[in-house]
Design a protein around this ligand. Structure first.
Ligand SMILES: CC(C)(COP(=O)(O)OP(=O)(O)OC[C@H]1O[C@@H](n2cnc3c(N)ncnc32)[C@H](O)[C@@H]1OP(=O)(O)O)[C@@H](O)C(=O)NCCC(=O)NCCS
Length: 235
């Protein structure tokens, strides 16, 4: 199976109804670039070209699930994807995996997704990407379940937060600017939720200040996937 659309995919397990997602576990040969996209990767190496092309192919399939025509997905000044009017979305790629998720902006205010290999973080990274309260909770999680790479889930959750946060605020968010609490799964130990507490104040595009964003995580043997979907009723 090359492309996995909503119905049987990994990422859709941690996305609500109303969010369309498509994922790929390799690079389909029929994926093509749309106008303006090739110019964004003229200097890129082959690996980058492949992930860039495939994830946009996924994005167009996901747009189709929303009933929308295919469109180029260009990049804003801080790397954020530029979606067609009326759409919010997010994309991710890592070794052996690419995914895109989109929703109508009347249903969803902000969306972030991230995927990472299900492996411990490289030495030295944890100290850079965590605040003290997170390091304490990671030790407790590891004591209860040593088969899950909790440090990777935390990292993935923080990158997901940035992807949801940036289009709302147009501001940088450092790893020291948020604290994530991971909640282990109660029924399925390979899926759970997380909450993020923002440690900086920043008005969003509606003038409201965000204090928390909640998300979901999933892990397989190979992958960690995290998602944040901010609806209009959310805090
Ligand atoms: C931008 C970032 C989050 C991307 O994550 P990553 O794991 O390196 O890469 P992924 O493959 O998962 O995601 C790449 C996609 O992110 C998206 N992206 C990049 N910048 C973005 C931004 N400012 N806002 C939203 N999405 C963005 C793009 O769609 C990109 O795909 P593309 O380059 O093919 O268009 C990461 O590189 C980064 O800069 N992190 C530092 C900021 C951060 O995470 N802070 C933590 C706050 S607690």
């Amino acid at each position: 199976m090359i492309l996995q659309a909503s119905g049987a995919g990994l990422i859709e397990k941690v996305l609500p109804d109303g969010v369309a997602s498509v994922e790929a576990f390799c690079d389909p040969p029929d994926a093509v670039l749309y106008p303006g996209e090739a110019e964004l990767i003229t200097r890129a190496v082959d690996k980058r070209r492949r992930e860039f092309r495939t994830v946009r192919h996924c994005a167009r399939q996901a747009l189709r699930q929303l009933g929308l025509p295919p469109a180029p997905v260009l990049r804003g000044e801080r790397g954020e994807p530029l979606w067609p009017a009326g759409v919010v979305g997010s994309m991710t790629h890592c070794a052996g995996y690419r995914a895109a998720a989109v929703a109508h902006s009347c249903d969803v205010r902000a969306l972030g997704i991230d995927a990472e290999p299900h492996e411990p973080l490289p030495a030295g990274v944890l100290e850079i990407i965590t605040v003290e309260q997170e390091r304490g909770s990671l030790s407790e999680l590891a004591a209860a379940d040593s088969a899950t790479c909790w440090d990777r889930i935390l990292f993935c959750a923080k990158e997901t937060l940035y992807k949801a946060w940036f289009p709302l605020t147009r501001r940088w968010l450092g790893f020291e600017d948020a604290a994530v609490t991971i909640n282990p799964g109660t029924i399925d130990p390979a899926q759970g939720t997380f909450s993020t507490q923002l440690l900086v104040d920043a008005p969003t595009n509606t003038g409201q200040t965000l204090t928390h964003l909640d998300g979901r995580w999933l892990r397989s043997d190979e992958l960690v996937i995290t998602t944040i979907v901010l609806g209009y009723g959310s805090r």
